[in-house]
Design a binder for this molecule. Structure first.
Ligand SMILES: [Fe+2]
Length: 136
């Protein structure tokens, strides 16, 4: 069973964004899976890279959505995205040290999944509210 997974309560009312979030949860969950599996550092680093790539992709998609709806808090939101990417890059660097990859993978899974949950429920929810207000 997945350790971290998307749930209806994380819906932001846009299926494309929900699908991206599901994928992010799934990548984070596969980092937890590394603990149980017999994997080498290179395999772990590949997943960390996949997480970074998908996070970049998703943030730019989400920023486009916010731009299209002329969301007034876009700049602040972008700033939070940038900080998260920067943190992931620090972890990625740490993971390249000999024998550290599995520990960093677990750290990313823990802190990343917590960040994502909080971010969706508090920060992404704000653009959802704005969008719903515009539509009503
Ligand atoms: Fe976001």
């Amino acid at each position: 069973m997945a350790v971290v997974q998307w749930d209806d309560k994380y819906s932001v009312g846009l299926s494309a964004m929900d699908n991206d979030h599901k994928q992010l949860f799934s990548i984070l969950d596969s980092l937890y899976g590394m603990m149980a599996d017999d994997v080498n550092d290179q395999e772990i680093n590949t997943i960390i890279q996949a997480l970074l790539d998908y996070t970049h992709y998703h943030f730019s998609e989400e920023e486009n959505v916010m731009q299209k709806m002329q969301y007034p808090e876009l700049a602040q939101h972008q700033e939070l995205h940038k900080k998260f990417i920067a943190q992931l890059e620090v972890y990625q660097q740490e993971a390249t040290s000999e024998g550290m990859a599995i520990f960093v993978a677990v750290k990313i899974a823990n802190t990343g999944s917590q960040w994502l949950k909080d971010h969706i429920l508090v920060v992404d929810r704000k653009y959802q509210k704005f969008m719903e207000k515009q539509a009503s």
